[in-house]
Design a protein around this ligand. Structure first.
Ligand code: URA
Length: 310
């Protein structure tokens, strides 16, 4: 019978698993112990620091949106990820997190994403399911996108329409995508949490941790070249780092979705960049120039040309 883990222990285990995954270790086994407990065993050593660099020229911002939106939450406090220091007892669903996923045997990303969506089901895994959500907002776009954007969670418009970034922040994101020389249909867009937090509050850490494995699986299926984390919630969830936005922006991170193997064993992961959330840019348009620098860094990586006359 699985026991419920202490949330702190669960976090430490998740961080430990991420750490092993980053080193390419995915296979864990349960060692029968003298006690009824189960132990998680794997080999590993110190965590590698994220690698990165890239610079951007200081060209001015070009994406426009006229209507401010009261939504930006650029900073989110999050205790830094800790590592368990010894093999520990673990409940069954922690093993679910690291077990092979059904979509891994499917090469068609459309089908693979469908499998993840079906697995998500009519989700009741976190409190958001009973806090007024109308529907789950899974993600939208090209299942083979080279560029993927990750936001925080659906707002009222997204909850209504079942699609991420369709409100005012979405209009600005569309303009950002256009300015990069792309169309919305060419990229993939998803959120850390797939249900609307009531009153557009910032999702709780537990909500992010419960929902983000589905995002990780989406990324592993899509295998983008670059993921852009929009805002602090996305950045901190994906990177498991608690630094400020100022510290997180302006560089690339080597990124592999935690806890999952890509369906393609040749996919070595991708680059991840952090920029401001469009809702934050609506509130503070002076930061658009900084965001444009982040996007130019991404464009350079992807060989994209900015749209003329943006
Ligand atoms: N903000 C987000 O983070 N995601 C959305 O889908 C819409 C607004």
């Amino acid at each position: 019978m699985p026991r419920t883990l202490d949330p702190e222990l669960r976090r430490e285990l998740a961080a430990r698993i991420r750490y092993y995954n980053e080193m390419g270790i995915y296979d864990f086994y349960r060692r029968p112990a003298n006690t009824p407990e189960t132990e998680m065993v794997a080999n590993g050593d110190e965590q590698a620091a994220p690698v990165a660099t890239a610079s951007a020229d200081p060209e001015s911002p070009v994406f426009h949106s006229s209507i401010p939106q009261p939504e930006p939450r650029e900073e989110m406090s999050r205790p830094k990820a800790a590592f368990a220091s010894a093999p520990v007892a673990v409940e069954d669903n922690m093993f679910d997190m690291i077990a092979a996923k059904p979509e891994q045997s499917v090469s068609d990303p459309v089908k693979a994403l469908r499998i993840i969506r079906e697995d998500l089901g009519d989700c009741t895994r976190c409190p958001l399911h009973k806090q007024g959500r109308k529907q789950i907002v899974f993600g939208v776009g090209n299942p083979k996108a080279e560029l993927m954007f990750v936001g925080e969670g659906p707002g009222a418009d997204e909850d209504e329409q079942g699609e991420p970034f369709v409100g005012r922040a979405g209009q600005l994101l569309n303009n950002m995508i256009k300015a990069m020389g792309l169309q919305r249909t060419q990229v993939y867009i998803a959120n850390v949490v797939k249900c609307r937090p009531p009153g557009n509050r910032t999702p709780e850490r537990e909500e992010c941790e419960t929902c983000s494995p589905f995002l990780m699986r989406q990324i592993a299926v899509i295998k983008p070249k670059v993921v852009v984390a929009l805002g602090a919630v996305a950045a901190k969830t994906l990177l498991a780092m608690s630094s400020s936005m100022a510290q997180l922006r302006g560089r690339f991170y080597d990124f592999k979705p935690a806890g999952v193997r890509a369906s393609d064993p040749d996919w070595q992961g991708c680059k991840l960049a952090v920029t401001y959330h469009p809702a934050f840019l609506l509130r503070d348009p002076r930061q658009k120039g900084e965001a444009w620098k982040d996007l130019q860094m991404v464009m350079k990586e992807l060989g994209l040309q900015a749209t003329a006359g943006r």
